[in-house]
Design a binder for this molecule. Structure first.
Ligand code: IMP
Length: 212
């Protein structure tokens, strides 16, 4: 049965407000600008979840930046665990050799996707490689990853908004929130595209095998 999505009404709790996000983006931008003073930077972000963060963060950085986008998809895992096997759907558009690179992420959960990406990008011989994430869920970490810039550390809860999705929806919320439990028990379905399997709150790859 199709359940209509109620963008705001489906949210049970706002975890990080729009004001908190915007203040944090300015703070991170100032730190990054100071750390890279006198240099230029390549921001690499991962579609689709990091888009709003990338768009806001790049405008709060005052050193020259160029941007590049990758798209990856997890595969081979169950519906509740990321496998760490990553398929690259869209690669970098330009060389990052000898460039200072900052990988911009929406959220780090198990860390498996990021672990793969870091190794992949290191193989491209950047001058330096750092990581910036808006959200961090350290409780679920399976691989240790040194994160240089963290926006908010959150509990082990499945969140949506500000780029993060459930069943590809809710990305356009201006805040980060938690959906009402009944939303997770019924897959959100749109008229276009296949229905997706629901995942429980806390599920790192719910729904499975979609772009991040
Ligand atoms: P990891 O490989 O387990 O760290 O998973 C990272 C990716 O899983 C993120 O880039 C998101 O696309 C997705 N993800 C993890 N936690 C959440 C969440 O709470 N909400 C939405 N997507 C999530």
């Amino acid at each position: 049965m199709k359940v209509p999505i109620d963008l705001q009404g489906d949210v049970a709790e706002v975890l990080v407000s729009e004001d908190q996000i915007q203040a944090k983006v300015l703070e991170l931008g100032a730190r990054i600008s100071a750390d890279y003073a006198g240099r230029q930077l390549t921001l690499v972000s991962v579609l689709k979840g990091s888009l709003p963060f990338m768009a806001d963060l790049m405008r709060s950085i005052t050193v020259p930046v160029r941007i590049d986008l990758m798209e990856v998809s997890s595969y081979g895992g169950s519906s509740t665990e990321s496998s760490g096997l990553v398929r690259i759907l869209k690669d970098l558009s330009a060389s990052i050799a000898d460039e200072h690179v900052l990988l911009v992420e929406d959220i780090i959960d198990t860390g498996l996707t990021l672990n793969y990406l870091v190794r992949y990008l290191r193989g491209k011989s950047p001058a330096s490689l750092r990581i910036c994430t808006l959200l961090d869920k350290p409780a679920r970490r399976l691989v240790e990853i040194p994160v240089d810039y963290t926006g908010f550390t959150i509990d082990d809860r499945f969140v949506v908004g500000y780029g993060l999705d459930f069943g590809e929806f809710y990305r356009n919320l201006r805040y980060v929130g938690v959906l009402r439990p009944e939303v997770y028990s019924t897959p959100p379905v749109a008229d276009a595209g296949p229905a997706v399997e629901p995942g429980p709150p806390g599920d790192p790859v719910a729904p499975a095998d979609t772009g991040a």
